[in-house]
Write a protein that binds this ligand. Structure first.
Ligand SMILES: *[C@@H]1O[C@H](CO)[C@@H](O)[C@H](O)[C@H]1NC(C)=O
Ligand SMILES: *[C@@H]1O[C@H](CO)[C@@H](O)[C@H](O)[C@H]1NC(C)=O
Length: 938
C-alpha cells in the first residue's frame, strides 16, 4: 500500500467522494535535473571521448582480456576487462585501476561466475585491436583513441560502445576542504573484495599521485532535496556509458515504468529512471521510477534481438535516443559498406550514481535466445505452486475472522472459484508483523485450518519496517543483535512507516536474512500453518519521512556500504529471505509463495511481483498489459496488476473488463479498498455471471498456464509474451501491446475500452490460421480481424498447429481440480498438423526437481493420427487423471476414430462432427493422462 494513504486519509476520502481524479505528487520525486549525477552527466554532450585505450597494456588471460583506459584530461587510469561468455554473451567491466576505496560490485544477482570462452587476438593494427570471442563468430574491435568498442558478428555490426563518447567514470577523490572520510566502506567484515584484491594482476604499481581536481560544482559533496540533505562523504562517484544499436528502432524492458511496451525516445524529457520508490497514485506514460528495477534493456529488429544488462544497484537513469543524423563516421561508413542508405539507429545511455560499469551484452540472435541468456545469468522464474496460479482475493481490509469466513462463504455460495484470501496490515497486532491482532484474529490457526479444509489458502502481509517498541520481540532481538540498517553516524536508522516509528532490518546482511528466514518456522510465527503464505509490501524500502519516501542514501549497511550503492537490491533481499523462510519451515520440501512489490534483477528466483497500487480507471487497466509484458521480458514472469484497481471505485463495466483481462495475466489477484470491489456478488446478476465466466475460463486453462510456467522455469522464456517474440520478422507486431500471447498457443486481446462494440485483433503469421477460442471459428493470417464484442466477450484465439490441455469442470479451487480429467483442444494448421504439451506434478513440492516426480507429455497430430508420448523420459509420476475428450478444430468428418493404447489394444471411439465449423469431438478415450496412446482418424 502506498505511503501517503495513511497520512492524508481525509483528503483522499474527500476527493474520492467528489470523484476527482487523483494524481501523483511529482514534487516528491526527483527529476534528472534535481539528481546531481544525472544533471552532471546529461550536461556532457556527445563528442570525442577523453578516454584512450592503452592497447599495449593488453593482458590476455585464458578467458579474460584486460587493458587500461586513461582519461587524457585527468590522467586517471581505469581497468577494462572483456569476456566472451558461453552462449553468445559478452561481458565488459570498467572500474578504477587505483580507487581510494573499494567500489560496490553487486553481489547475489548472478547465479555464479558465468563460464567463459577462450579469447584470441585476431588482428592488430595502428590504433585498433581485434578479439575473437568464442565460437559464435563474434568479434570485438577495440579502438585506441578515442576509446570505443565495436561488436560484430561476422561482418555485421551489432553494437558500438562509447561511440558517442559518453563514457563517464567519476573517480574517487579527496575532498579539498576537509579531511578524508572516516569509516571507509569494506572495512568492517567486508562483504566483498575491493578491486585491488579481486581483479588480479595488472595493478601492481603504486597508485599515481591524485591529480589536481577540477573545481567541483555545488552538490558534488552534499546534495539537498526538499528538506533532506545527503551527506555524500565520498563525493561524486557516478558512472555512465553509451551504446549504439545500428538498425534497431524498437527497444523494450528496464521495468518498472507505467509505460508502453516499446520504450520511447527520452530527448526533451527526463530519462527513464530506475530507483525503487513507493509512488503514491502513479500516473501512466511517464519515465518516472516505480517500485522495482531491472536494468535489462532489449532491442529487436527482424532477424536480430539483443539485450543490454547493466548490473548496477544504485540509482540509474537511462536515455533512449533515435539517431540517423548524428551518426559517427564509422556508422556512416558502415551504412555504405552494408549497401544501404541511412539505417536507423537507437542510442542508449546508462547513468548510475555509483558502483562500477559491469555490462552483459546478450547477443541473441533470437528473442528467446536473449531471454534464455539472461536466465542463465540471473536465474529463471521459480516454478510457482499450482494454487498460486488460481484466483486471489485481497482487500484493505478484512476486519476479522468472521469477515474472512463471510467472504469465503460468498465465493462458495456464488460458485466463484477462489484459491487465496489476503490479509493486509491491519491483521497484525498494532502492525507488528509476525503477530495477530488478538481481538480480531484470536484463532488464526483455526481460521487457516478451515480454509485448508476447503482447499484454500491465505496470505498475510509481512513488511520490512519494524515497529520500534521494546515490548515487541522482533524489534528487541534485531536491536540487540545489531541487525538494523544504521545511520551515517552509526545509530539504528529509524523512519516513519505504518506502525509509526520504525527501524529497518539490514537484509543485505546474510545473518539478518538467516534470522528472518527462521521467523517463518511454525513455532516462531505463531498461528501460522502450511496454508499461510507471504506478501512483502513496502520493501523499496518505503520510509514516509525519508527523501523521496525512501531511505537516506548515506545510511549504512553491512560491510559499511552506503545505502546509495545498493538501494535497488534491498527489496530483492527481503523477498529472498522470506522465500527461504517458507522453504525452510517445510524442511526444504515445499515451494514458497511470496509476492513482492520491490524487485531487482534476479527477483524472479523468489516468487511473484505485481504492478503496485494502481487506480480503478481504464488507463490503468490498459497499462497493465505492457507493464506485465516488460516484466516478463526482464525475467519476472509471475506478474499481475490488481484487478479492479486499488484506488477508487471501478464501475461495473470496468470491473468486469478487469476480471476478464486479469484472468489472462500470470498473477491473478483482485485487490481493492472497497467492499464492493472485494465482493463480486454485490454486482448485478448479469455482471456477476460475467465475472464467474472469466474466473472459470482461468481455471479451465490452468494446465496451459502451469505448462508455460514450467517452460519458463526451465528455459527462461516468458509466459506472457509480446507478439514479436513468436513472430520476430513481422514489423507489424513490434510496437503492439494491446494484445499478446500466452506461451506460444493463445493470443489474447482483452477489451480495455468502455462501451466497446468491437476490437481489431491482429492475427500474425504468414499462411497460418487462428481459431476463436469460444466459437472455434477459423481465421486466416495475417490479417486484422474486427471482432464484435459484448460485455461478456474476451477475444482469445488458439494458434493453428497447437494442442492445448484444459480441465473444463468448474471447481472451487485449483486443489479441488487436481485429479480432474483433461480435454485436449487440437487446432490444426493449414497443413493438418499440431503439436503441444502438458506438464504435471504434485503442484506443491520440489519433488519434480529432486525426484523427477513429474509428467511431461507431448501431443502431436500428423497424417490423421494424434499421438501422446513422453516429452521428457526422466519424469515419472502416477496420476489418476484421465483423458475425457478430444476436440479437433479444422478437420473434416472421418469414417472412424480408432484408439490404440500402449499395449496395442484398439478401441473405436464415438464422435460428433460439426461440418459448419469443422470441429470433431471424440468422446471418452478414457486413457490415463500419463500413458502413451494414439488416435487415428480414417
Ligand atoms: C549463438 O549465435 C549463433 C549465431 O551466431 C547461433 O547460431 C546460436 O544458436 C547461438 N547460441 C545460443 C546459445 O544462443
Ligand atoms: C506423414 O506421412 C508422410 C507421407 O505419407 C511421411 O513422409 C511423414 O513422415 C508422415 N509423418 C508422420 C509424423 O508420421
Amino acid at each position: 500500500m502506498a505511503a501517503a494513504l495513511g497520512r492524508w486519509p481525509l483528503g483522499l476520502a474527500l476527493c474520492c467522494l467528489l470523484g476527482a481524479s487523483l494524481a501523483v505528487d511529482r514534487g516528491n520525486f526527483k527529476t534528472c535535473e534535481q539528481s546531481g549525477f544525472c544533471r552532471r552527466q546529461r550536461r556532457i554532450q556527445p563528442g570525442n571521448s577523453p578516454y584512450r585505450a592503452l592497447l599495449e597494456s593488453l593482458e590476455l588471460g585464458p578467458d579474460v582480456a584486460r587493458m587500461r583506459l586513461v582519461n587524457e584530461a585527468t590522467q586517471v587510469p581505469l581497468l577494462l576487462e572483456l569476456w566472451g561468455l558461453s552462449g553468445n554473451v559478452t561481458r565488459l567491466r570498467i572500474q578504477e585501476l587505483n580507487p581510494l576505496q573499494p567500489r560496490y560490485q553487486v553481489p547475489d544477482v548472478l547465479l555464479g561466475e558465468p563460464p567463459a570462452e577462450r579469447l584470441e587476438v585476431t588482428g592488430r593494427d595502428e590504433g585498433t585491436l581485434e578479439l575473437a570471442l568464442g565460437p559464435g563468430g563474434h568479434r570485438l574491435l577495440v579502438t585506441e583513441r578515442p576509446f570505443r568498442l565495436d561488436l560484430l558478428r561476422h561482418r555485421e555490426l551489432l553494437c558500438s560502445v562509447n561511440a558517442r563518447g559518453l563514457l563517464v567514470f567519476e573517480h574517487q577523490r579527496r575532498r579539498r576542504d576537509s579531511d578524508p572520510p572516516k569509516d571507509p566502506p569494506g572495512e568492517e567484515g567486508a562483504a566483498q573484495e575491493g578491486p585491488e584484491d579481486g581483479a588480479g594482476s595488472t595493478q601492481s604499481e603504486k597508485p599515481a599521485e591524485p591529480p589536481a581536481e577540477p573545481e567541483e560544482e555545488p552538490g558534488a559533496w552534499e546534495e539537498t532535496f526538499k528538506t533532506h540533505t545527503d551527506s555524500k562523504p565520498y563525493g561524486p562517484t557516478s558512472v555512465g556509458l553509451d551504446f549504439s544499436l545500428p538498425g534497431f528502432e524498437h527497444v523494450y524492458g528496464i521495468p518498472e515504468h507505467a509505460e508502453s511496451l516499446r520504450l520511447r525516445p527520452t530527448e526533451g524529457g527526463d530519462p527513464y529512471r530506475l530507483y525503487n520508490l513507493d509512488v503514491f497514485q502513479y500516473e501512466v506514460f511517464t519515465p518516472m521510477a516505480l517500485y522495482g528495477s531491472v536494468p535489462l534493456l532489449l532491442a529487436h529488429r527482424p532477424r536480430l534481438s539483443l539485450g543490454l544488462f547493466w548490473l548496477n544497484a544504485a540509482e540509474t537513469w537511462v536515455d533512449i535516443g533515435s539517431n540517423t543524423a548524428g551518426k559517427t563516421l564509422f556508422g556512416k561508413l558502415l551504412d555504405y559498406m552494408q549497401g544501404g542508405g541511412e539505417t536507423p539507429q537507437t542510442e542508449v545511455r546508462w547513468m548510475s550514481e555509483s558502483g562500477v560499469i559491469d555490462v552483459f551484452l546478450l547477443l541473441g540472435p533470437g528473442p528467446a535466445d536473449v531471454t534464455a541468456q539472461y536466465g542463465r545469468l540471473t536465474g529463471t522464474q521459480a516454478l510457482p505452486p499450482l494454487f498460486s496460479l488460481g484466483y486471489h482475493q485481497s482487500r484493505w481490509n478484512y476486519q476479522d475472522e468472521a469477515d474472512v469466513e463471510a467472504v469465503e462463504r460468498g465465493f462458495e455460495e456464488h460458485e466463484l472459484p477462489l484459491d487465496v484470501i489476503w490479509l493486509d496490515i491491519e491483521h497484525a497486532d498494532g502492525k507488528r508483523y509476525f503477530t495477530w491482532d488478538p481481538s480480531k484474529f484470536p484463532n488464526p490457526r483455526g481460521m487457516l485450518e478451515r480454509l485448508a479444509a476447503r482447499k484454500r489458502r491465505m496470505v498475510s502481509i509481512v513488511d520490512p519496517h519494524i515497529k520500534v517498541d521494546g515490548g515487541y520481540r522482533v524489534h528487541s532481538e534485531l536491536r540487540a543483535r545489531g541487525l538494523y540498517v544504521k545511520t551515517k553516524d552509526g545509530n539504528d536508522y529509524e523512519g516513519w512507516c505504518w506502525p509509526g516509528s520504525s527501524a529497518y532490518p539490514d537484509f543485505t546482511n546474510p545473518e539478518m536474512r538467516e534470522w528472518w528466514a527462521n521467523m517463518f518456522a511454525y513455532d516462531q510465527y505463531e498461528g501460522s500453518t502450511e496454508a499461510l503464505f507471504t506478501w512483502n509490501d513496502m520493501n523499496e524500502p518505503s520510509v514516509f519521512s525519508g527523501p523521496e519516501v525512501t531511505m537516506h542514501k548515506d545510511a549504512r549497511h553491512f560491510g559499511g556500504w552506503e545505502h546509495r550503492e545498493l538501494h535497488n537490491i534491498y527489496g530483492l533481499y527481503v523477498h529472498k529471505a522470506t522465500a527461504e523462510g517458507q522453504i525452510r519451515r517445510s524442511g526444504g520440501r515445499l515451494r514458497p509463495f511470496v509476492l513482492s512489490r520491490a524487485f531487482f534483477a534476479g527477483s524472479q528466483r523468489y516468487g511473484a511481483v505485481w504492478t503496485g497500487d494502481n487506480t480503478a480507471d481504464w488507463e490503468h487497466l490498459r497499462i497493465s498489459i505492457p507493464m506485465c509484458l516488460s516484466f516478463g521480458l526482464a525475467g519476472l514472469a509471475f506478474c499481475g496488476a490488481d484487478v479492479g484497481g486499488f484506488f477508487q471505485n471501478p464501475g461495473p463495466e470496468l470491473q468486469v473488463r478487469w476480471y476478464q483481462a486479469g484472468a489472462f495475466q500470470p498473477f491473478f489477484r483482485a485487490r481493492t479498498w472497497t467492499r464492493r470491489g472485494a465482493s463480486p456478488w454485490l454486482l448485478s446478476p448479469e455482471h456477476l455471471a460475467m465475472v464467474r465466466a472469466a474466473l472459470r475460463r482461468r481455471y479451465a486453462l490452468l494446465p496451459v498456464w502451469y505448462t508455460a510456467f514450467y517452460r519458463c522455469h526451465r528455459q527462461g522464456i516468458p509466459v506472457m509474451r509480446p507478439l514479436w517474440m513468436e513472430f520476430p520478422d513481422d514489423p507489424q507486431t513490434f510496437a503492439m501491446d494491446d494484445q499478446y500471447l500466452i506461451d506460444r498457443v493463445l493470443l489474447v486481446h482483452p477489451v480495455t475500452e468502455p462501451d466497446a462494440l468491437g476490437v481489431n485483433v491482429y492475427l500474425p503469421g504468414e499462411g497460418e490460421v487462428w481459431y476463436n477460442d469460444e466459437t472455434h471459428e477459423q481465421h486466416r493470417a495475417p490479417q486484422t480481424l474486427y471482432v464484435p464484442v459484448t460485455l461478456s466477450t474476451i477475444p482469445v484465439f488458439q494458434r493453428g498447429g497447437t494442442v492445448i490441455p484444459r480441465q473444463d469442470r468448474p471447481r472451487r479451487s485449483t486443489e479441488a481440480m487436481r485429479n480432474d480429467p483433461f480435454t485436449l483442444y487440437v487446432a490444426l494448421s493449414p497443413q493438418g498438423t499440431a503439436q503441444g504439451d502438458l506438464y504435471l506434478d504434485d503442484g506443491v513440492s520440489f519433488d519434480y526437481a529432486t525426484k523427477n516426480a513429474f509428467l511431461h507429455r507431448h501431443f502431436s497430430f500428423a497424417n490423421g493420427t494424434l499421438t501422446s508420448s513422453s516429452a521428457d523420459p526422466r519424469g515419472s509420476m502416477s496420476s489418476p487423471a484421465w483423458l475425457e475428450r478430444v476436440v479437433i478444430l479444422g478437420v473434416g468428418r472421418p469414417d472412424s476414430a480408432l484408439l490404440t493404447t500402449h499395449d496395442g489394444s484398439q478401441t473405436p471411439l464415438q464422435f460428433q462432427h460439426d461440418p459448419a465449423r469443422s470441429v470433431l469431438t471424440l468422446r471418452r478415450p478414457g486413457v490415463p493422462i500419463g500413458a502413451d496412446w494414439s488416435i487415428s482418424l480414417r
